[in-house]
Design a protein around this ligand. Structure first.
Ligand code: UT7
Length: 328
């Protein structure tokens, strides 16, 4: 049997501060009924301490992952962090995480694929294991979305939250682990979901500040149309390619951007709500964090050999899916 890369532990970090829909009613012209019915979100977590960036949350998730899996920092071979809110352009957030956790001198890098980042990073990390190069690879999805939110823009500020999830990947010879994955992108999504300022096209300046280019901007309806089709397509395609029907699936692990998008994906897969991991009500959209946070919340319900389908869609556009046989 060929070697697979299996998730052998999941951990997470969520900031303590909770921002509810009712709190948001006091900040922008919105209401709990609108947010709940359009998105499924009731509250989200916010990392309030201005001195802390995404690396803090990622490092906390990794520290508890190491404790939970009885792993010494010296045993880790590689760390990959998926994020769109790195502490800096460089050094990478993964570099900072290694130092904060005390993982010495290993390779570490960030992946930028927006809401699909965790699936991209999982696919990447698994290749090192399958090739026999590494034995312990940590994959993190983490975002401090509150750092790029315009709190006057009611179309975006109600959607996002902060959080981090981390998984350990190790070799598995029993046929469990990452069986298949698909990655996609389409740069024509640029105009629909973007943070324009601060890069080489619009370097930070008085003008980028005045024009609020350092905030996330989204044309919600346009993104919704793509998301609903592409996330369902990629989930259905990976099932078909692997000969799976809805009955074979233990759980859909979807990116948590909008409950309506998740419901549409589940319908297309032919599975009921009971087989859908959902925590958007508690955390909102934590971008690269959503999928590992789902795995963390549902870990106790999972059994060895369970078939999971991960699916995500996000800025870029990027989208992708993964088929995992749970290993413990
Ligand atoms: O994770 C990355 C990928 N992102 C996504 O997948 C998100 C995809 N998009 C969506 O989930 C949805 O488009 C949103 C949740 C962002 C918006 O829902 P929608 O049903 O598409 O609403 P809409 O943008 O069409 O707005 C409907 C109305 C508008 O008013 P009018 O023009 O009908 O009078 C908006 O101005 O709702 C208004 N509106 C709000 N009202 C209360 C927009 N935001 C709010 C708000 N509270 N926060």
């Amino acid at each position: 049997m060929s070697r697979k890369a299996a998730i052998t532990g999941v951990s997470a970090y969520l900031p303590d501060d909770v921002l509810t829909n009712f709190d948001l009613e006091k900040i922008v012209e919105t209401n709990d009924e609108w947010i709940t019915s359009r998105t499924g979100i009731k509250e989200r977590r916010i990392l309030k301490d201005d001195r802390l960036g995404t690396s803090f949350m990622a490092a906390e998730a990794v520290k508890s992952l190491l404790a939970k899996t009885n792993t010494a920092p010296e045993e880790v071979d590689l760390v990959i962090v998926a994020t769109v809110t790195p502490d800096y352009f460089f050094p990478s957030t993964a570099n900072l995480v290694c130092t904060q956790v005390g993982i010495p001198n290993v390779g570490s890098f960030d992946i930028l694929a927006a809401c699909s980042g965790f699936i991209y990073a999982l696919g990447m990390g698994s290749q090192f294991i399958e090739a026999g190069k590494y034995k312990k690879v940590i994959v993190v999805g983490a975002d401090k979305m509150s750092s790029i939110i315009d709190w006057q823009d009611r179309t975006t500020c109600i959607l996002f939250g902060d959080g981090a999830g981390a998984v350990m990947l190790e070799p598995n010879e029993e046929g469990n682990g990452l069986i298949d994955f698909n990655l996609h992108s389409d740069g024509t999504g640029e105009d629909h979901l973007i943070m324009k300022g601060g890069g080489s096209r619009f370097p930070a300046s008085q003008s980028t500040l005045d024009n609020k280019l350092h905030y996330i901007r989204q044309e919600g309806q346009a993104v919704f149309k793509f998301a609903v089709t592409k996330m369902a397509d990629t989930a259905a395609n990976i099932m078909e390619a692997n000969g799976l029907t809805g009955e074979d699936i233990a759980y859909l692990v979807p990116h948590q951007a909008n409950k309506r998008i998740i419901d549409a994906t589940a319908r297309r897969m032919g599975i009921g709500e009971d087989k859908v991991m959902m925590n958007i009500n508690k955390y909102g959209n934590t971008t690269a964090g959503t999928i590992p946070l789902c795995l963390y919340d549902y870990e106790s319900k999972l059994k060895k050999g369970d078939n999971l389908i991960l699916a995500a869609f996000g800025g870029g556009f990027t989208w992708g899916s993964a088929y995992i046989k749970w290993a413990y």
